[in-house]
Design a protein around this ligand. Structure first.
Ligand code: ARG
Length: 461
């Protein structure tokens, strides 16, 4: 057991307590960020005259050496160390001797781990933003290709009014745009450096916290040492934003699962993203979409776990906070995997446009437009609503659509019907006449696509 403490102890720690306490099995992910942070700390210490330039150079060289040896497999991280910080410090001392013992001057593992998590999460936010941009880009492509792919729009999972596939996909595009903005918001708030907070009360060394922050590309140092070591708000915000991404992916997955069902047959999922059944030879299951939907619960769980961990913790650092890592890592891994796979599945999804259009012509999706037609001829809307309601009932009885009736039959319901009714309630008219901002006509959707393109081009994090 290699540990950073022990001077004030006379007995040995219980073996189970040691492994219960240790975090090396999961915080070894911090190898790169811990090295990055320690190098910046050493540079600052040397600039402030707290260590010499030679010692700083030795520390940097030593840390780089350890990092590359771990990467190449020459050096193995074992669980004889308590955590990644102990592993690095012990190995550094082994390599460079006394200078290695100075790297922790003016630092505590409390501000060290706070820094590591920030650096790791900040990298993850940037990567997640990149993945979201891919998803949005993919949706914009699909929208461009489906401006006149008509389909029913639903409320209560009942056919309501016709829309286009481009418009339907555009709804998800807006959701992912908001998700992307959230990444930027989080980045802006989290991008402050906690290093230099020490265990909780700063240090008496003349540290230049602004310089360390600058070396690590932060906007500046955090402003309260006690908050610095115990703040995990940014992680909670991030996990909450990740949960929202999953909620969006899950809703979209559910639609794909419905569209892929035997009853709908709106889509064909590529073989690469579906699986078969071990017993039913005819089956081709939408497993990826189902798993994305399923993993949503897990990411919500990660958020709940962190919120619950943090709720009773007095200032400042408490060991409970070690529990932030597995939840945060799990959420980051899960969401990035889901985004990548889901977007790949989307790219290869085939739409059965004929089925979608046929479905849109059934189910009276043009009933509102038929009522609006009568309004256009001078009937008050409430009366028109009632006339078309009776008309729909008549059609249900006959198992036909409103468009299937003759003008003579229509006139039995209202004298205001004329030859132009058929044009007025055609699928194309129902969609293309909806021209207001955010509506489904090709003209309106084209503007939404342009806005999406501008949004992507302007987005910077
Ligand atoms: N493994 C610890 C964590 O993840 C590092 C900080 C340890 N600090 C301490 N005072 N024991 O939070």
């Amino acid at each position: 057991m290699a540990q950073l403490w022990g001077g004030r102890f006379t007995g040995n720690i219980n073996e189970l307590a040691w492994s219960f306490n240790a975090s090396i099995t999961f915080d070894q992910r911090f190898l790169e960020v811990d090295v990055r942070g320690s190098k910046a700390h050493a540079r600052m210490l040397a600039r402030q005259g707290i260590i010499s330039d030679e010692e700083k150079d030795d520390i940097i060289e030593g840390l780089d050496g350890i990092f590359s040896d771990v990467k190449s497999g020459k050096l193995i991280i074992t669980d004889t160390y308590e955590d990644i910080h102990s592993f690095l410090e012990a190995n550094l001392i082994e390599r460079i001797g006394d200078a290695g013992k100075k790297v922790h001057t003016g630092r505590s593992r409390n501000d060290q781990v706070a820094l590591d998590m920030r650096l790791y999460a900040r990298d993850s936010v940037v990567r997640m933003a990149g993945l979201l941009k891919e998803t949005i880009g993919c949706l914009l492509d699909m929208m461009r290709n489906n401006l006149d792919t008509y389909m029913p729009g639903f409320t209560h999972l009942q056919k309501a009014q016709p829309v286009t596939l481009a418009h339907h996909l555009g709804a998800y595009c807006e959701m992912f745009k908001r998700d992307l903005q959230r990444m930027k918001d989080i980045y802006e708030r989290m991008n402050y450096c906690p290093l230099g907070a020490g265990a909780l009360a700063g240090t008496t060394y003349p540290l230049d916290r602004e310089y360390t922050a600058e070396l690590l590309d932060f906007y500046g140092p955090t402003l309260n040492s006690m908050d610095s070591v115990s703040d995990r708000d940014y992680l909670i915000e991030y996990l909450s934003a990740l949960s929202t991404i999953m909620m969006h992916l899950s809703r979209f997955s559910e639609e794909i699962i419905i569209w892929n069902s035997n009853e709908y047959r709106f889509v064909e999922i590529d073989d690469a993203y579906s699986t078969g059944s071990s017993i039913m030879p005819q089956k081709k299951n939408p497993d990826i979409a189902e798993l994305v939907r399923g993993k949503t619960g897990r990411v919500y769980g990660d958020l709940m776990s962190l919120l619950t961990t943090m709720k009773g913790i007095p200032l400042a650092y408490n060991k409970d906070m070690q529990e932030d890592k597995e939840a945060a890592f799990d959420a980051m891994d899960t969401v990035s995997n889901c985004l990548v796979l889901f977007t790949d599945m989307l790219r290869t999804l085939k739409f059965n446009k004929g089925n979608m259009e046929k479905s849109a012509t059934r189910g009276f999706t043009n009933a509102t437009d038929a009522a609006d037609y009568l309004v256009g001829k001078g009937m008050p809307f409430r009366d028109a609503h009632s006339v078309i309601g009776r008309l729909v009932l008549f059609c249900i009885d006959r198992n036909c659509a409103i468009d299937d009736l003759t003008l003579k039959e229509l006139k039995d319901f209202s004298e205001l019907f004329d030859e132009d009714i058929f044009e007025a309630i055609s699928l194309k008219t129902c969609v293309e006449k909806r021209l207001t901002i955010g509506a489904p006509s090709a003209e309106a959707v084209k503007k939404a696509i342009e806005a999406g393109e501008r949004f992507l081009a302007d987005f910077k994090i």
